[in-house]
Design a protein around this ligand. Sequence first.
Ligand SMILES: Nc1nc2c(ncn2[C@@H]2O[C@H](COP(=O)(O)OP(=O)(O)O)[C@@H](O)[C@H]2O)c(=O)[nH]1
Ligand SMILES: [Mg+2]
Length: 340
Amino acid sequence: MKKTSNKRKNTQQTRRGGRSGARMNQNQKARSAKPMQPKPKPVKVKKAPAPTSSEHTQVIQWYPGHMTKTKRRIEKDLKLVDAVAEIIDARIPISSRNPDIAHLTSGKPRIVLLNKCDMADSRATAKWVSYLSRENVRAIPVDCKSGRGVDKFVPVLTELLTDRIESYKAKGMVNPSMRVMIVGIPNVGKSTFINRISKKTKAVSADRPGVTRGNQWFTVSKGFEMLDTPGVLWPKFDDQTVGEHLAFTGAIKSEVMDTELLAVRLLDLLKELNTSEFTERYKLSEEDLSVPSYELLEKIARNRGMLISGGEADTERAAYTLLDEFRAAKLGRITLELPQ
Ligand SMILES: Nc1nc2c(ncn2[C@@H]2O[C@H](COP(=O)(O)OP(=O)(O)O)[C@@H](O)[C@H]2O)c(=O)[nH]1
Ligand SMILES: [Mg+2]
């Protein structure tokens, strides 16, 4: 039942978005040097929303194939580790979390790394850390690009695994080495984190299972080893907002969605947030912020001198620029999702 209603919701939202899609396509058509041959059926404009809806469906369908295989591999690898570190994006802590992680890790000690916090609002990140701690999840804000916060990883891991280390020692294991696996959705910074934290010496301890399976383990710190291949998880696609937030931040390639429509949606949020970086960068006045977002995109195109022949605003180029600049945090440090 739930699935059906979600589907219905998605269709409605897509349809609503589709109207803007139609308008954009007409624009593109006007630009095109060779107009398409008119088809006998007058359904052409009605068909325009299709790219948005079918492309969104493609995003959803891209995952299942991966999911089963990945899930199996992660479940196997999880048997070899003592703890799991899930990396999420500090700008979208809800949308970048994997919905099945608790089930997948089946009670293993877990750390959450709120990555890319250099691009997130620091007050919002602090709120997330305390929210997650109330949920009994240890969260560490990190910026793997500069390395800020990464040094907290081992101390938190040590604290989290004290009982486990003690129990291994009690079983007679001398200097037990704790193993940790990194998981996270695509592009969240798993490789960046692993590169930053792993000492380049390979761990070769043979006293634990896994060594024979061809896994590569890196020493993170004395007594801590990390699996060099992270588990790639799938995000949660249960509503359009999640998909959009993933696309805004670049977790999903924007080519799979209508770029102008995506930019319009992002503008809906940016208008509300009204950061000085945003308004100054695009030279926007208070009145500009009150116009519908597609008009605002046109305004941005004009203010940036992005015009096509005939003086029309190049909204497509402006859309790409807006998304690029948002992803690079040039419009301010913005967190799109706050704890309830
Ligand atoms: N600004 C910023 N960029 C980051 C950070 N961590 C990773 N990135 C960038 O995010 C992109 C994806 O990172 P990558 O490690 O390849 O992600 P993976 O797919 O999870 O392995 C790369 O362009 C990284 O440079 C961070 O903390 N801050
Ligand atoms: Mg990677």
